[in-house]
Design a protein around this ligand. Sequence first.
Ligand SMILES: [Fe+2]
Ligand SMILES: [Fe+2]
Length: 137
Amino acid sequence: METLPAWDPSLSVGNAELDEQHKLLLALNQRAADLLNDKAGNHIRREFRHLLNEIIDLAEVHFAAEERILALNGCPTLAEHKAEHYQFIELLAELIYQSMLKDLKSKKIAKLLSDYIDHHFRETDMGCREYMRDRAA
Ligand SMILES: [Fe+2]
Ligand SMILES: [Fe+2]
């Protein structure tokens, strides 16, 4: 079974709202990976698609919140950071499209999601940690 890295305090960006959203995104991605491990069928594809839509909704809320805070704090790599966020939404949209057309390549998809999240949370988000603090806090 493909297991995504669980959230742990070493992933904290020092902002409670963003940390909470990261936890939820990891949990939803783990659910997607678990679902793909079940034997495929039409209902799995439908359920997977619903889950991907949930991930997109949450990711959009999270990315908007994160980008707003990064902008407020003058993060110098905001443009590159935004581009990575956009790539994730594009990846999810592509997976939704694929799930309507053909059988999903479970392992490949679980790995794509896991690799993105792992890279983005551990490197891109952590690299901007000092610009993630909420000014109100
Ligand atoms: Fe980010
Ligand atoms: Fe993030």
